[in-house]
Design a protein around this ligand. Structure first.
Ligand code: ADP
Length: 405
């Protein structure tokens, strides 16, 4: 069976999914897995599409020292035990900069161009590119496609895309890109199936995970995002502060004598829910904690989601639907309830039971705006893009034949 491997590489983990291409070009998830603790205490875990466990194996640190080794270990396990016949690999890449509007077939030149954006997403971009480069060297015949978290937002109008800086900075790429685009694209598609009239209207999607953002989607297209030039803006996140006065950064450097690198490190790793609570970056732990600082951090998160919802509704001139997705949005009824309280001025009310049970529609029947929970699936979106991108290339058919044996 022909399959597509989807890779989402982070700093010390490599998540992967394998999708079977069925005759009608539908995609079914066969395997989902990850290698955590790369270079420290590597561990490969995977399950079948139906959730049945397939492997849980620990390795010595030197057996999987880096992401390159991780992609080959995952590939070898898939080949030997799952007998998958990979015809292509799709990668999640956080930053496509100003140039990459669509997913793109990977070659050396593309990797070199994507390396230019490492400074814009230092926590993600280099790790996204590492397995890509390794596969290109070791399996040059295996087609790879890079799919970008920024692409869905590239149609933003000029007002949403600019900072009020001298224009030359815009020209060189200092723009409000927005991220989590693969998630928003998937959710927008799902919403078209769930509530087509709402999906055609003005919708806010709140992607609330350890990275968090919100997107204003009008008529199925992204028109505004809480994230900008890097993945630091907008909402507070697990370890990132969200929107911050740039004067604070100047203060840290000029008055506190912090180096730019130290400030960067702090902004990406020590702020957000973790910094505010001093307890954890994980909403589950904060919700289980009686520490007033944990409660404050949760309140703060909901408050900022509410503020940003006002901003996005203003960008669209109104609101026809609100959607929760990602780790917190999908799994925390308490946080959803806190946030909806902040949206009461919009006439939004919750059906408490529907919220507890995580039904698709969680707003009360009298709510002026319907509220949904739509689980995201960035990996499926990447697999679809990979297939589409390669299907457009004649070369793919002959490559498929070559790599199938
Ligand atoms: P990412 O993909 O950005 O790493 P996820 O979308 O997987 O993040 O979200 C991870 C976060 O979701 C966790 O850090 C945690 O805060 C939150 N989360 C996951 N499950 C729950 C739950 N049952 N209750 C509350 N929060 C949860």
């Amino acid at each position: 069976m022909e399959t597509i491997l989807v890779v989402n590489a982070g700093s010390s983990s490599l998540k992967f999914q394998v999708f079977a291409i069925s005759g009608s070009q539908d995609l079914d998830c066969l395997v989902r897995g990850q290698i955590d603790g790369v270079g420290m205490r590597p561990r490969l875990r995977a399950a079948a599409g139906d959730g049945a466990a397939l492997i849980d194996k620990a390795f010595e640190s030197n057996e999987i020292p880096d992401l390159e080794a991780a992609i080959f270990e995952a590939g070898a396990w898939l080949r030997e035990t799952q007998k998958v016949d990979l015809v292509a690999v799709g990668h999640r890449v956080v930053h496509g900069g100003p140039d990459f509007v669509n997913p793109v077939r990977v070659d050396r030149d593309i990797i070199a161009r994507l390396r230019r954006y490492i400074s814009l997403a230092p926590l993600h971009q280099p790790h996204n590119l590492a397995p890509m480069r390794a596969l290109l060297e070791r399996r040059p015949g295996l087609p790879q496609v890079a799919c970008f978290d920024t692409s869905f937002h590239r149609g933003h109008g000029a007002l949403a895309d600019h900072y009020a800086l001298p224009l030359r900075f815009y020209e060189e790429g200092v723009r409000r890109y927005g991220f989590h685009g693969l998630s928003y694209e998937y959710v927008a598609e799902r919403l078209r199936q769930i509530a087509p009239a709402v999906a055609n209207g003005r919708v806010i999607v709140a992607h609330l995970g350890s990275g968090a953002s919100m997107c204003a989607i009008a008529g199925g297209r992204s028109v505004e995002s809480t994230l900008g030039f890097t993945a630091l803006d907008g909402l507070p996140m697990g370890t990132r502060p969200g929107q911050i006065d740039p004067g604070v950064v100047l203060y840290l450097i000029m008055e506190k004598g912090m180096s730019p690198g130290a400030v960067q490190d702090m902004l990406y790793r020590e702020c957000g829910l973790k910094g505010l609570s001093g307890v954890s970056n994980d909403v589950r732990e904060l919700e289980a904690s009686a520490d007033p600082k944990a409660v404050f951090a949760l309140d703060y998160f909901a408050y900022r989601v509410g503020l940003n919802a006002g901003m996005l509704a203003a960008a669209m001139g109104g609101l026809d639907g609100f959607v929760f997705t990602a780790g917190i949005g999908e799994n925390s009824p308490t946080m959803r309830a806190r946030i909806v309280q902040r949206l009461a001025w919009l006439g939004i009310t919750l059906d408490a039971e529907a919220n507890r049970e995580r039904r698709t529609v969680i707003s009360a029947s009298e709510s002026r705006v319907p509220v949904y929970v739509v689980p995201t699936n960035e990996e499926l979106m990447i697999a679809r893009h990979t297939l589409e991108t390669l299907s457009k290339q004649d070369a793919f058919c002959s490559t498929k034949e070559k790599t199938a044996d």
